[in-house]
Design a protein around this ligand. Structure first.
Ligand code: KG4
Ligand code: ZN
Length: 672
């Protein structure tokens, strides 16, 4: 619950959001709370009716109009910076979730209890007051370890305590004190690990060393930084700043807006660091430390970087730097069907003007796959910034600093297939933008986008052709009779190819997403070392089945482990990959023969696999068939492929109605 006072001066927030149970909320509100709004009324109207006047239907769900009134209020109070392209923009208003996603909450609970086998490393050679930890040999290699960030786990608390005693002297916390912190719901603890093998995304005691940690306590709208330290041998990598940002992101999700901490008066290096992060020294706490040294109190806004989008790395795809003539037609495309938030602009000639992608992969990799709830949240946080960045790039490319949303000819968006909660963010955003600028709305089928990705490098390519779509969600052969006219020749009965790569990688302990990791490993392996099944290779049709192959790899790994044999991960990866490729090639050959098509194309994330690409080069050369493959950056999800479809729809004047909705599944045979 949260209380606001509405006066002629605007909206005043009376407390910070917090999460509680209904009876406690009722008690907290008392009996003269005023007017009560919010969607909890849908279920708990009766419980809250004793607190005040329960408002009607139109006050139960948040509305766009309500949001705009809030923006106006903030604007009136001067809380937007009109000179900052992102900060001054209501598009980048972010929601407060008040609790972490289920997946993250459960992860924290698990991390707080799983003590695991902690390998207490002798990493400290303590020197008074300064952090001096062992400069392990690997940090001196030229391609040194990568730094990865994860919520702190119980099994690493001994390492934290060891580093504490070296950094914090007599104020160091011991392992038990840190362990006691982890299960608390209002705490956020993160750790930085140096991982020797950069292909490993998750830190384990076998492959990683703890090189930093941070602990924050979220209370009364503030995050109090309880502890922060980083290993100075990794100083150049900005670990402390990254840790501050991670805690700040959690704090923001939990309703905090400010950050506060104490630091020793003598630690001038740290003062400068906090000042660079935007915090200010607001006073002294005398004799704060056990050795009686005073502490300075630093406070300021949450440490959220403006360069990235909600903790995601924003990738601006290079699409040439030459200035483009002012376009006659300019279509914005938005993609949010899975774990990439993307936006692109295309002109009437099919030139991509700008192309921006924010990948959420780091948020999902800890969970071994895409977590729908996290995906939805991240899309909401990213979409405004991604679209804005796309426009900023276009302003530069078109040398038109005044380019605005009203210059668009249409707004297009992926409406199907994909995760419903993810698609809905893109569609709602696109509808809002199209409606407010009075432009037509174009819905695009994501799979058709993957087909059109082939146009990015080769605009001249012409149907009829056969396309193999291989992604995390799809495995199919499509006969493209003409643009917009498709016949699915066959698809998978169970797992998709990308899914098989991901599951096998998980079984091999490689991490997520599995495709790139397996294909890298496979380069060093023997594809003939192990015979894995090639399901439905001779089924006489164009259907696929991959779940048996995945199981065969898992059984093989378990059997060899039980027999005490050493596993060659490279051979497993190469042999698995070869089994996939053999079936893909055999079916592609059949599809080409069956349709008589003289062109073959690829699409989807797995089309980035180098061995698969080579196999298609060989096949098409042998069959005398033309081959087009999307550039690597356009194999995985992006918005420029959506933009290419949208351009055709725009020319055909095939627009969507504002009543349209997203679809988890939509057959390619009727893409619109
Ligand atoms: O098209 P995409 O970005 O998302 C979906 O629409 O599913 O495809 C992602 C999938 C993941 O399963 C990933 O493991 C796979 O593409 N992938 C690869 C490679 N790169 C990405 N699979 C095999 N080899 C690769 N090099
Ligand atoms: Zn895709």
């Amino acid at each position: 619950p949260v209380r606001y006072l509405l006066t002629d001066q605007g909206i005043e927030r009376l407390n910070n959001d917090f999460v509680t149970k209904v009876p406690q909320a009722v008690e907290w509100l008392g009996t003269s709370a005023g007017s009560i709004a919010g969607d909890a009324l849908l279920k708990y109207e009766e419980a809250f009716s004793s607190c005040g006047t329960v408002l009607g239907e139109e006050f139960r769900a948040p509305t766009g109009e309500g949001l705009l009134l809030c923006v106006q209020d903030l604007w009136n109070k001067g809380q937007f910076d009109p000179d900052d392209a992102l900060l001054g923009n209501p598009l980048t208003l972010l929601p407060v979730y008040t609790r972490l996603s289920d997946a993250e909450e459960n992860e924290r609970k698990r991390f707080a209890s799983e003590q695991g086998a902690s390998t207490k490393k002798d990493l400290i050679s303590g020197v008074q007051g300064a952090v001096v930890c062992d400069a392990s040999a690997e940090s001196e290699q030229t391609d040194g370890p990568v730094i990865r960030y994860q919520p702190l786990e119980a099994s690493w608390c001994a390492d934290v305590a060891a580093m504490e005693s070296c950094v914090m002297g007599s104020d160091a916390w011991n392992e038990a004190q840190i362990l006691d912190e982890l299960p608390r719901a209002d705490r956020s603890w993160w750790a930085a690990y140096a991982i020797k093998d950069s292909s490993k995304r998750v830190a384990t005691h076998d492959n990683a060393t703890l090189v930093g940690y941070v602990g924050g306590w979220i209370v009364d709208g503030q995050v109090q930084i309880l502890k922060i330290a980083s290993d100075p041998t990794y100083r150049r990598q900005g670990i402390a700043k990254e840790l501050m940002q991670l805690v700040s992101q959690d704090a923001r999700d939990l309703g905090a807006t400010e950050c506060t901490l104490e630091v020793r008066v003598s630690n001038t290096g740290a003062h400068a660091f906090y000042e660079r992060l935007g915090l200010k020294n607001i006073g002294k706490r005398p004799r704060y430390y056990s050795d009686k040294e005073d502490a300075f109190i630093f406070t300021g806004p949450l440490v959220l970087s403006s360069g990235d989008i909600a903790g995601m790395e924003l990738r601006v795809n290079e699409i040439g730097t030459e200035v483009v003539e002012t376009p006659q037609t300019l279509i914005l495309a938005i993609e949010s069907s899975c774990d990439e938030t993307a936006a692109a602009l295309i002109d009437e000639k099919g030139t991509i003007i700008s192309d921006v992608v924010a990948s959420q992969i780091d948020f999902h990799s800890r969970f071994g796959g895409v977590v729908p709830e996290i995906a939805s949240r991240k899309h909401i946080e990213a979409i405004g910034g991604v679209v804005e960045e796309c426009m900023l790039q276009a302003r530069a490319r078109l040398q038109n600093p005044n380019l605005s949303y009203s210059d668009l000819s249409a707004v297009s968006v992926t409406y199907a297939p994909g995760l419903v909660g993810a698609l809905v963010v893109g569609l709602a955003f696109a509808k809002g933008l199209a409606w407010s600028t009075d432009k037509p709305l174009i819905g695009v089928n994501h799979l058709e986008g993957h087909i059109y990705a082939n146009k990015i490098d080769k605009p001249s390519i012409k149907p009829p052709m056969v396309v193999s779509l291989v992604s995390g969600g799809h495995t199919m052969l499509v006969h493209v009779k003409d643009w917009g006219e498709y016949e699915t020749l066959g698809s998978t009965l169970d797992d998709a190819v990308g899914e098989a790569f991901d599951k096998v990688a998980k079984a091999m302990g490689l991490g997520y997403p599995g495709g790139p990791l397996i294909s890298e490993l496979a380069k060093k392996g023997n594809p003939k070392a192990i015979h894995f099944p090639r399901a439905m290779m001779h089924s006489g049709d164009l259907r696929f089945s991959l779940s048996g192959l995945k199981t065969a790899v898992m059984i093989y790994i378990n059997k060899e482990k039980e027999a005490g044999n050493a596993l060659s991960m490279a051979d497993i990866a190469a042999s698995f990959q070869q089994a996939v490729i053999d079936v893909q090639i055999a079916k592609a050959k059949k599809a080409l023969e069956q349709t008589g098509a003289k062109e073959f194309c690829l699409g989807g994330g797995v089309a980035a696999n180098p061995a698969l690409r080579q196999a298609y080069i060989d096949l098409c050369e042998k069959m005398g068939v033309g081959l087009t493959m999307p550039p690597l950056k356009a194999c995985t999800d992006n918005a420029s492929m959506i933009a290419h479809v949208a351009l055709d729809r725009y020319n055909q004047e095939k627009f969507f109605d504002f009543t349209c909705d997203v679809k988890a599944h939509a057959p390619l045979d009727e893409p619109y």
